[in-house]
Design a protein around this ligand. Structure first.
Ligand code: HEM
Length: 416
């Protein structure tokens, strides 16, 4: 910092992207609340959950306006603590009940097996496009009722909007414009789909049993104002929540399992069991070693004393751009025993993959089962293996979103 503040910041950003475990370990020990001129990084478990639990102090203003520009109106992840947050998150939780998880798991498993069967004769699978993203897009179509005009278009829309919201740190105007275009196309498409669904219902045709139909058929009490446009913005939020983060989590979890030969062998045994419960623990623990969401950005709206009453006590001034780091929190030895060990006995409340507090993930129930089941179907296949670079290297757009991850398939490493 003293010698060259600009390159110091670049260096910190780069460490957080590539060498994050060692960097966060050092920060947790020596500078748990790390203040830079551009942002403040919060690294301990207790402090990360404190930031995420104070939605009126630490708001989503860092990315909310970008999401609103794309969607053409407010959305639960673009605002904090408004009546809309309460009303629409409640409504959408009713639309995505945990009881759907078993059917969604079955659906994801069937689609994954079809994709794996198709790839098997080639002895290779490009797992992001042919499996992870493919399943996520099909689940959007068949469970949410939002297939898009075709999977490639839906995929382009989600990538454009999420890139601007979460990876456009420099405020590139072309990325912003692309997101607004994609959001506009998405909403126009949804308006057409709504009209079609309504016409089919009026004509007495049986509509598909999916989330969209549930929403259309829901009658809310008088005075609860969720009109068509609000409904459609929430429908748009479903693929936006899923199509980047789901495949992202699958990619990272698979790589982390495959990098550990003993874990990989045990996970493959667990994958063969009819009850997936034991297998799922491998996925969650693997993801801890490379969570898809490492940092959650917030803007501090008023001075706040963080970690009050502890030696870490720090005043965060209003206007600070705060990065809460769940990736670091999940390695905090004050909370997570033997954090560097791969252990299956971690309690669920140590997992911060789906956020925490006010903005905790709406899609957690379907997302959990889809991620685990797709990885399970993959690991059931004989000879699944990492391939040497360059073929096996994971390619990530903007250093974040996986676009390519070629895996070998076939018994004993032989190509079929
Ligand atoms: C069915 C799939 C999914 C849907 C429909 C979905 C939807 C959402 C929505 C609407 C929110 C905002 C909630 C609010 O503001 O109150 C959210 C938050 C979040 N989701 Fe998901 N999501 C899905 C899958 C995932 C996956 C696979 C991950 C990562 C593994 C994930 C991680 C998160 C995180 C970390 C947040 C909190 C963001 C923050 O606090 O800034 N989601 N999700």
């Amino acid at each position: 910092m003293a010698r060259d503040p600009m390159s110091a910041l670049t260096l910190v950003r780069e460490w957080m992207r590539t060498d994050w475990r060692a960097f966060f370990a050092e920060l947790r020990q020596h500078r748990p609340v790390f203040v830079t001129p551009a942002f403040t990084v919060v690294t301990r478990f207790a402090d990360v959950t404190e930031v995420l639990s104070h939605e009126e102090v630490f708001t989503v203003r860092a990315f909310g306006p970008r999401l609103e520009a794309a969607l053409g109106g407010p959305f639960m992840l673009s605002r904090d603590a408004t009546p809309m947050n309460w009303r629409e998150k409640g409504l959408m939780q009713v639309m995505l009940p945990p009881q759907d998880a078993a059917d969604v798991r079955g659906l994801a498993g069937r689609i994954a097996d079809e994709a794996l069967d198709a790839a098997a004769p080639r002895g290779r699978i490009e797992a992001v496009g042919e499996l992870f993203r493919h399943v996520a897009l099909r689940v959007c179509g068949e469970y949410f009722g939002f297939p898009g005009p075709d999977p490639a278009t839906l995929s382009r829309w989600t990538r454009a909007v999420i890139t601007d919201g979460f990876a456009n740190f420099q405020g590139d105007l072309e990325i912003q414009a692309e997101s607004v275009r994609a959001g506009g196309e998405m909403l126009r498409y949804l308006r057409g789909l709504l009209a079609e669904r309504r016409a089919a219902l009026e004509a007495g045709r049986v509509p598909p049993d999916d989330v969209f139909t549930r929403l259309i058929r829901t009658t809310l009490p008088a005075g609860v104002d969720v009109g068509d446009e609000r409904m459609l913005i929430n429908m748009a939020g479903l693929p936006l929540g899923f199509v980047e983060s789901g495949p992202g989590a699958m990619t990272e979890a698979v790589e982390q399992i495959m990098l550990r030969p003993r874990v990989r062998a045990e996970a493959a045994d667990a994958a063969a069991e009819p009850d997936p419960a034991r297998f799922d623990r491998y996925v969650w623990e693997a993801l801890r070693f490379n969570p898809f969401f490492k940092l959650l950005p917030r803007v501090c709206e008023r001075d706040h004393v963080l970690a009050a009453g502890t030696p870490r006590r720090t005043v965060i001034p209003a206007g600070t751009f705060v990065l809460a780091a769940p990736a670091s929190a999940m390695f905090d030895p004050d909370v997570v025993e033997e954090p560097d060990e791969f252990r299956l006995d971690r309690p669920g409340h140590h997992r911060l993959y789906f956020g925490h507090g006010h903005h905790a993930c709406l899609g957690v129930h379907p997302a959990r089962v889809v991620i685990c089941e797709v990885v399970r179907r993959l690991l059931r296949r004989p000879g699944v293996r990492l391939l040497p670079a360059p073929e096996g290297t994971i390619v990530r757009a903007h250093g974040v979103f996986p676009d390519r991850f070629v895996l070998g398939l076939g018994r004993d490493g032989e190509e079929a």
